[in-house]
Design a protein around this ligand. Structure first.
Ligand SMILES: NC(=O)c1ccc[n+]([C@@H]2O[C@H](COP(=O)([O-])OP(=O)(O)OC[C@H]3O[C@@H](n4cnc5c(N)ncnc54)[C@H](OP(=O)(O)O)[C@@H]3O)[C@@H](O)[C@H]2O)c1
Length: 339
Protein backbone atom coordinates (compact mmCIF):
# COMPACT_ATOMS: atom_id res chain seq x y z
CA UNK A 1 0.00 0.00 0.00
CA UNK A 2 1.03 3.66 -0.31
CA UNK A 3 1.75 6.07 2.52
CA UNK A 4 3.27 9.55 2.84
CA UNK A 5 6.44 9.35 4.93
CA UNK A 6 8.41 12.05 6.67
CA UNK A 7 12.11 11.29 6.85
CA UNK A 8 13.40 14.87 7.23
CA UNK A 9 11.86 18.24 8.02
CA UNK A 10 11.33 21.11 5.61
CA UNK A 11 9.04 22.34 2.81
CA UNK A 12 6.03 20.25 1.66
CA UNK A 13 8.30 18.40 -0.82
CA UNK A 14 9.94 16.49 2.04
CA UNK A 15 6.78 14.38 2.25
CA UNK A 16 7.51 11.23 0.24
CA UNK A 17 4.88 8.94 -1.28
CA UNK A 18 6.28 5.46 -0.67
CA UNK A 19 5.19 1.83 -0.89
CA UNK A 20 5.13 0.18 2.52
CA UNK A 21 3.83 -3.20 3.70
CA UNK A 22 0.11 -3.28 4.52
CA UNK A 23 -0.43 -3.25 8.28
CA UNK A 24 -1.33 -6.45 10.10
CA UNK A 25 -3.69 -6.09 13.07
CA UNK A 26 -2.21 -6.71 16.52
CA UNK A 27 -4.48 -7.93 19.32
CA UNK A 28 -7.13 -5.32 20.06
CA UNK A 29 -6.55 -3.49 16.76
CA UNK A 30 -8.56 -2.95 13.60
CA UNK A 31 -7.35 -2.28 10.06
CA UNK A 32 -9.11 0.57 8.31
CA UNK A 33 -9.13 1.10 4.55
CA UNK A 34 -8.99 4.87 4.31
CA UNK A 35 -11.47 6.91 2.25
CA UNK A 36 -10.54 10.43 3.31
CA UNK A 37 -7.96 12.15 5.51
CA UNK A 38 -8.45 15.40 7.46
CA UNK A 39 -5.42 17.72 7.25
CA UNK A 40 -4.42 19.63 10.40
CA UNK A 41 -2.14 22.60 10.94
CA UNK A 42 -0.32 20.50 13.54
CA UNK A 43 0.85 18.24 10.68
CA UNK A 44 2.32 21.28 8.90
CA UNK A 45 4.20 22.11 12.12
CA UNK A 46 5.23 18.47 12.43
CA UNK A 47 6.61 18.51 8.91
CA UNK A 48 8.67 21.56 9.80
CA UNK A 49 9.97 19.86 12.95
CA UNK A 50 8.11 22.30 15.21
CA UNK A 51 5.55 20.06 16.87
CA UNK A 52 6.14 18.76 20.37
CA UNK A 53 3.61 15.90 20.12
CA UNK A 54 5.22 14.39 16.97
CA UNK A 55 7.02 11.01 17.17
CA UNK A 56 10.63 10.47 16.10
CA UNK A 57 11.23 10.45 12.34
CA UNK A 58 10.87 8.58 10.05
CA UNK A 59 7.13 8.21 10.39
CA UNK A 60 3.85 8.53 8.51
CA UNK A 61 2.12 11.74 9.66
CA UNK A 62 -1.65 12.24 9.88
CA UNK A 63 -3.96 12.46 12.87
CA UNK A 64 -7.37 11.67 11.48
CA UNK A 65 -9.11 9.76 8.73
CA UNK A 66 -12.38 8.11 7.87
CA UNK A 67 -12.63 4.67 6.33
CA UNK A 68 -13.99 1.14 6.56
CA UNK A 69 -12.83 -1.60 8.92
CA UNK A 70 -11.55 -4.45 6.74
CA UNK A 71 -9.75 -6.65 9.31
CA UNK A 72 -9.75 -7.12 13.06
CA UNK A 73 -7.12 -8.44 15.47
CA UNK A 74 -7.51 -10.97 18.26
CA UNK A 75 -10.12 -10.00 20.81
CA UNK A 76 -12.14 -7.79 18.46
CA UNK A 77 -15.49 -8.92 17.15
CA UNK A 78 -15.52 -9.63 13.38
CA UNK A 79 -18.93 -7.89 13.43
CA UNK A 80 -16.94 -4.62 13.23
CA UNK A 81 -15.78 -5.48 9.69
CA UNK A 82 -17.59 -3.20 7.26
CA UNK A 83 -18.16 -0.45 9.86
CA UNK A 84 -17.37 3.08 8.65
CA UNK A 85 -15.26 4.72 11.34
CA UNK A 86 -13.48 7.92 12.33
CA UNK A 87 -9.87 7.26 13.26
CA UNK A 88 -8.10 9.53 15.74
CA UNK A 89 -4.36 9.01 16.17
CA UNK A 90 -1.08 10.72 17.00
CA UNK A 91 0.37 9.86 13.55
CA UNK A 92 -0.07 7.37 10.68
CA UNK A 93 -3.23 8.58 8.91
CA UNK A 94 -1.55 9.67 5.63
CA UNK A 95 -1.88 6.13 4.28
CA UNK A 96 -4.19 3.89 2.27
CA UNK A 97 -4.60 1.55 5.25
CA UNK A 98 -4.08 2.16 8.93
CA UNK A 99 -3.93 -0.01 12.04
CA UNK A 100 -5.23 1.41 15.29
CA UNK A 101 -6.69 0.26 18.59
CA UNK A 102 -10.33 -0.71 18.10
CA UNK A 103 -11.48 1.77 20.78
CA UNK A 104 -9.94 4.66 18.80
CA UNK A 105 -12.02 3.79 15.70
CA UNK A 106 -15.28 5.59 16.44
CA UNK A 107 -18.51 5.05 14.54
CA UNK A 108 -18.84 7.71 11.81
CA UNK A 109 -21.42 10.48 12.13
CA UNK A 110 -24.73 9.62 10.45
CA UNK A 111 -25.85 12.19 7.89
CA UNK A 112 -22.31 13.50 7.24
CA UNK A 113 -20.56 12.76 3.94
CA UNK A 114 -17.20 10.95 4.07
CA UNK A 115 -15.42 14.30 3.59
CA UNK A 116 -17.40 15.85 6.46
CA UNK A 117 -16.57 12.89 8.67
CA UNK A 118 -12.88 13.33 7.87
CA UNK A 119 -13.23 17.03 8.76
CA UNK A 120 -15.04 16.62 12.06
CA UNK A 121 -13.03 14.96 14.82
CA UNK A 122 -9.94 17.03 15.63
CA UNK A 123 -11.44 20.44 14.83
CA UNK A 124 -14.75 20.04 16.66
CA UNK A 125 -13.18 18.24 19.62
CA UNK A 126 -10.57 20.99 19.98
CA UNK A 127 -13.14 23.77 19.75
CA UNK A 128 -15.45 21.97 22.18
CA UNK A 129 -12.75 21.27 24.77
CA UNK A 130 -11.50 24.87 24.60
CA UNK A 131 -14.93 26.52 24.77
CA UNK A 132 -16.98 24.16 26.91
CA UNK A 133 -14.49 22.34 29.14
CA UNK A 134 -11.89 25.07 29.61
CA UNK A 135 -13.75 28.39 29.20
CA UNK A 136 -17.05 26.99 30.57
CA UNK A 137 -19.02 28.93 27.96
CA UNK A 138 -22.37 30.36 29.05
CA UNK A 139 -25.22 31.51 26.79
CA UNK A 140 -24.93 35.26 26.29
CA UNK A 141 -21.10 35.28 26.59
CA UNK A 142 -19.29 37.54 24.12
CA UNK A 143 -16.90 35.11 22.44
CA UNK A 144 -13.93 36.08 20.28
CA UNK A 145 -12.49 33.44 17.94
CA UNK A 146 -9.25 33.92 15.99
CA UNK A 147 -8.47 32.19 12.66
CA UNK A 148 -12.27 31.86 12.68
CA UNK A 149 -12.42 30.82 9.02
CA UNK A 150 -10.06 27.87 9.58
CA UNK A 151 -10.74 24.28 10.61
CA UNK A 152 -10.90 24.80 14.38
CA UNK A 153 -12.31 28.31 13.89
CA UNK A 154 -15.32 27.31 11.77
CA UNK A 155 -16.16 24.62 14.33
CA UNK A 156 -15.80 27.07 17.24
CA UNK A 157 -17.96 29.76 15.62
CA UNK A 158 -20.77 27.27 15.07
CA UNK A 159 -20.57 25.79 18.57
CA UNK A 160 -20.52 29.18 20.33
CA UNK A 161 -23.33 30.61 18.18
CA UNK A 162 -25.48 27.51 18.74
CA UNK A 163 -24.86 27.87 22.49
CA UNK A 164 -26.48 31.31 22.37
CA UNK A 165 -23.29 33.40 22.51
CA UNK A 166 -22.46 36.62 20.70
CA UNK A 167 -19.60 35.51 18.45
CA UNK A 168 -16.94 37.95 17.28
CA UNK A 169 -15.13 36.14 14.45
CA UNK A 170 -11.61 37.27 13.59
CA UNK A 171 -9.42 36.35 10.63
CA UNK A 172 -6.23 37.34 8.85
CA UNK A 173 -8.00 38.90 5.86
CA UNK A 174 -11.29 40.64 5.04
CA UNK A 175 -12.08 38.02 2.37
CA UNK A 176 -12.57 35.35 5.05
CA UNK A 177 -14.99 37.35 7.18
CA UNK A 178 -18.05 36.59 4.99
CA UNK A 179 -17.65 32.86 5.68
CA UNK A 180 -17.30 33.56 9.39
CA UNK A 181 -20.49 35.64 9.44
CA UNK A 182 -22.40 33.00 7.46
CA UNK A 183 -21.61 30.45 10.20
CA UNK A 184 -23.23 32.56 12.92
CA UNK A 185 -20.73 35.24 13.97
CA UNK A 186 -22.67 38.37 14.98
CA UNK A 187 -19.72 40.64 14.23
CA UNK A 188 -16.26 40.28 12.69
CA UNK A 189 -12.84 41.93 12.68
CA UNK A 190 -9.75 41.35 10.56
CA UNK A 191 -6.25 41.39 12.09
CA UNK A 192 -4.53 41.32 8.69
CA UNK A 193 -3.80 45.05 8.53
CA UNK A 194 -2.98 47.89 10.96
CA UNK A 195 -5.86 49.03 13.17
CA UNK A 196 -6.91 45.65 14.56
CA UNK A 197 -7.19 47.01 18.09
CA UNK A 198 -9.79 49.59 17.01
CA UNK A 199 -11.69 47.14 14.80
CA UNK A 200 -11.96 44.59 17.61
CA UNK A 201 -13.08 47.26 20.09
CA UNK A 202 -15.87 48.17 17.64
CA UNK A 203 -16.85 44.58 16.86
CA UNK A 204 -17.12 43.42 20.49
CA UNK A 205 -20.35 44.43 22.30
CA UNK A 206 -19.41 47.33 24.64
CA UNK A 207 -15.86 46.74 23.46
CA UNK A 208 -15.44 43.75 25.76
CA UNK A 209 -15.19 39.95 25.45
CA UNK A 210 -15.96 37.25 28.02
CA UNK A 211 -14.19 34.39 26.25
CA UNK A 212 -11.54 34.16 23.53
CA UNK A 213 -10.38 31.05 21.67
CA UNK A 214 -6.93 32.08 20.44
CA UNK A 215 -4.71 30.28 17.92
CA UNK A 216 -2.45 32.97 16.40
CA UNK A 217 -0.24 34.47 19.15
CA UNK A 218 1.79 37.69 19.01
CA UNK A 219 -0.14 40.94 18.66
CA UNK A 220 -3.42 39.07 18.07
CA UNK A 221 -3.08 37.42 21.50
CA UNK A 222 -2.14 40.73 23.18
CA UNK A 223 -5.07 42.66 21.68
CA UNK A 224 -7.59 39.92 22.49
CA UNK A 225 -6.29 39.71 26.07
CA UNK A 226 -6.69 43.47 26.47
CA UNK A 227 -10.39 43.19 25.48
CA UNK A 228 -11.30 40.66 28.21
CA UNK A 229 -13.95 41.87 30.64
CA UNK A 230 -13.84 40.95 34.35
CA UNK A 231 -14.02 37.15 34.75
CA UNK A 232 -12.94 36.81 31.12
CA UNK A 233 -11.22 33.58 30.00
CA UNK A 234 -8.80 33.36 27.08
CA UNK A 235 -7.95 29.84 25.93
CA UNK A 236 -4.73 29.38 23.95
CA UNK A 237 -5.13 26.51 21.51
CA UNK A 238 -2.21 27.31 19.21
CA UNK A 239 0.12 30.04 17.98
CA UNK A 240 0.15 29.65 14.21
CA UNK A 241 1.54 33.15 13.70
CA UNK A 242 4.83 32.46 15.50
CA UNK A 243 7.59 31.23 13.23
CA UNK A 244 10.19 29.17 15.08
CA UNK A 245 11.46 27.65 11.83
CA UNK A 246 13.76 30.52 10.77
CA UNK A 247 17.24 30.13 12.20
CA UNK A 248 18.40 33.64 12.87
CA UNK A 249 18.53 35.65 16.11
CA UNK A 250 15.97 38.25 14.97
CA UNK A 251 13.32 35.63 14.09
CA UNK A 252 13.92 33.82 17.39
CA UNK A 253 13.56 37.07 19.27
CA UNK A 254 10.28 37.81 17.38
CA UNK A 255 8.92 34.35 18.19
CA UNK A 256 9.99 34.64 21.84
CA UNK A 257 8.40 38.09 22.13
CA UNK A 258 5.18 36.89 20.46
CA UNK A 259 4.70 33.83 22.68
CA UNK A 260 1.48 34.15 24.73
CA UNK A 261 2.19 35.39 28.28
CA UNK A 262 0.18 36.50 31.27
CA UNK A 263 1.26 38.92 33.97
CA UNK A 264 -0.42 37.49 37.09
CA UNK A 265 -0.54 40.87 38.83
CA UNK A 266 -2.41 42.30 35.83
CA UNK A 267 -4.67 39.19 35.77
CA UNK A 268 -5.54 39.74 39.45
CA UNK A 269 -6.30 43.41 38.91
CA UNK A 270 -8.49 42.64 35.88
CA UNK A 271 -9.91 39.36 37.25
CA UNK A 272 -9.13 37.46 34.05
CA UNK A 273 -7.55 34.13 33.26
CA UNK A 274 -5.52 32.54 30.47
CA UNK A 275 -5.90 28.80 29.94
CA UNK A 276 -4.33 26.45 27.42
CA UNK A 277 -5.16 23.01 26.09
CA UNK A 278 -3.89 20.34 23.71
CA UNK A 279 -6.27 17.48 23.00
CA UNK A 280 -3.44 15.08 22.15
CA UNK A 281 -2.31 14.94 25.75
CA UNK A 282 -5.91 14.31 26.86
CA UNK A 283 -6.34 11.20 24.68
CA UNK A 284 -5.06 8.72 27.30
CA UNK A 285 -7.89 9.86 29.61
CA UNK A 286 -10.28 7.69 27.61
CA UNK A 287 -13.26 7.77 29.90
CA UNK A 288 -13.31 11.56 29.98
CA UNK A 289 -12.65 11.86 26.25
CA UNK A 290 -15.52 9.50 25.42
CA UNK A 291 -17.90 11.43 27.64
CA UNK A 292 -16.80 14.68 25.94
CA UNK A 293 -17.22 13.04 22.52
CA UNK A 294 -20.72 11.97 23.44
CA UNK A 295 -21.67 15.49 24.61
CA UNK A 296 -20.15 17.00 21.44
CA UNK A 297 -21.87 14.66 18.98
CA UNK A 298 -25.22 15.06 20.76
CA UNK A 299 -24.89 18.88 20.63
CA UNK A 300 -23.80 18.78 16.96
CA UNK A 301 -26.80 16.67 15.97
CA UNK A 302 -29.26 18.73 18.02
CA UNK A 303 -28.13 21.99 16.42
CA UNK A 304 -27.56 20.59 12.93
CA UNK A 305 -23.89 21.68 12.86
CA UNK A 306 -21.65 20.50 10.03
CA UNK A 307 -17.93 20.83 9.41
CA UNK A 308 -16.97 23.22 6.61
CA UNK A 309 -14.99 21.33 3.98
CA UNK A 310 -13.04 24.06 2.21
CA UNK A 311 -11.23 22.07 -0.45
CA UNK A 312 -10.66 18.44 -1.37
CA UNK A 313 -7.32 17.13 -2.70
CA UNK A 314 -6.36 13.81 -4.27
CA UNK A 315 -4.07 11.51 -2.26
CA UNK A 316 -1.19 12.26 -4.63
CA UNK A 317 -1.65 16.01 -3.98
CA UNK A 318 -1.17 15.84 -0.21
CA UNK A 319 1.90 18.17 -0.16
CA UNK A 320 -0.22 20.68 -2.09
CA UNK A 321 -2.78 20.62 0.75
CA UNK A 322 0.04 21.49 3.18
CA UNK A 323 1.19 24.32 0.92
CA UNK A 324 -2.37 25.67 0.68
CA UNK A 325 -2.87 25.59 4.45
CA UNK A 326 0.39 27.48 4.98
CA UNK A 327 -0.64 30.10 2.42
CA UNK A 328 -3.38 31.29 4.83
CA UNK A 329 -5.82 31.22 1.90
CA UNK A 330 -7.65 28.12 3.04
CA UNK A 331 -11.13 28.29 4.50
CA UNK A 332 -12.59 25.47 6.61
CA UNK A 333 -11.04 22.03 6.64
CA UNK A 334 -8.78 20.59 3.94
CA UNK A 335 -9.57 16.99 3.10
CA UNK A 336 -7.51 14.48 1.10
CA UNK A 337 -9.39 11.68 -0.67
CA UNK A 338 -7.80 8.29 -0.98
CA UNK A 339 -8.61 5.98 -3.87
N1 LIG B 1 -4.43 22.51 21.11
C1 LIG B 1 -4.96 21.58 20.32
O1 LIG B 1 -5.35 20.52 20.78
C2 LIG B 1 -5.13 21.89 18.86
C3 LIG B 1 -5.83 21.01 18.03
C4 LIG B 1 -6.03 21.37 16.69
C5 LIG B 1 -5.49 22.57 16.22
N2 LIG B 1 -4.77 23.38 17.05
C6 LIG B 1 -4.22 24.66 16.60
O2 LIG B 1 -5.32 25.43 16.14
C7 LIG B 1 -4.90 26.25 15.07
C8 LIG B 1 -5.81 26.02 13.87
O3 LIG B 1 -5.56 24.72 13.37
P1 LIG B 1 -6.32 24.18 12.07
O4 LIG B 1 -5.80 22.82 11.81
O5 LIG B 1 -7.78 24.38 12.22
O6 LIG B 1 -5.75 25.15 10.93
P2 LIG B 1 -6.50 26.31 10.13
O7 LIG B 1 -7.05 27.26 11.13
O8 LIG B 1 -7.43 25.73 9.14
O9 LIG B 1 -5.30 26.96 9.33
C9 LIG B 1 -4.33 27.70 10.02
C10 LIG B 1 -4.77 29.17 10.10
O10 LIG B 1 -3.92 29.83 11.04
C11 LIG B 1 -3.89 31.20 10.71
N3 LIG B 1 -2.52 31.70 10.76
C12 LIG B 1 -2.11 32.76 11.48
N4 LIG B 1 -0.83 32.99 11.30
C13 LIG B 1 -0.38 32.08 10.40
C14 LIG B 1 0.87 31.84 9.79
N5 LIG B 1 1.95 32.58 10.06
N6 LIG B 1 0.97 30.83 8.91
C15 LIG B 1 -0.11 30.05 8.65
N7 LIG B 1 -1.33 30.24 9.20
C16 LIG B 1 -1.46 31.25 10.07
C17 LIG B 1 -4.46 31.35 9.30
O11 LIG B 1 -5.74 31.96 9.42
P3 LIG B 1 -5.84 33.56 9.29
O12 LIG B 1 -5.18 33.92 8.01
O13 LIG B 1 -7.29 33.85 9.31
O14 LIG B 1 -5.10 34.10 10.50
C18 LIG B 1 -4.58 29.94 8.80
O15 LIG B 1 -5.62 29.78 7.89
C19 LIG B 1 -3.44 25.95 14.82
O16 LIG B 1 -2.65 26.88 15.53
C20 LIG B 1 -3.27 24.56 15.42
O17 LIG B 1 -1.95 24.29 15.80
C21 LIG B 1 -4.59 23.05 18.37
Amino acid sequence: MRAWRLTRTGAPEVLQLTHVPSPVPAAGEVIVEVDAIGVNYAEVLSRKGLYGWAPKRPYVPGMEAVGTIVEVGAGISPARIGEVVLCGMQFGAYAERIALPSRRALRSIQGFSLDENAAFGVNFMTAWVALMEMARLRPGDRVGITAAAGGVGTAAVQIAAAHGCHVVGMAGSDEKLGTVASLGAASTASYGSPGFETRLAEAAPDGRLDVVLEVVGGEVFDVCLSRLDHFGRLVVVGYAGLDYSLWNPLSWWRAWRGAPRLDIKHAAEASIGVLATHIGYLLPDEERMMSIWSALTTFTARHGLRPVVGRVFAFEELPEAHRFMESRESVGKLVVRVG
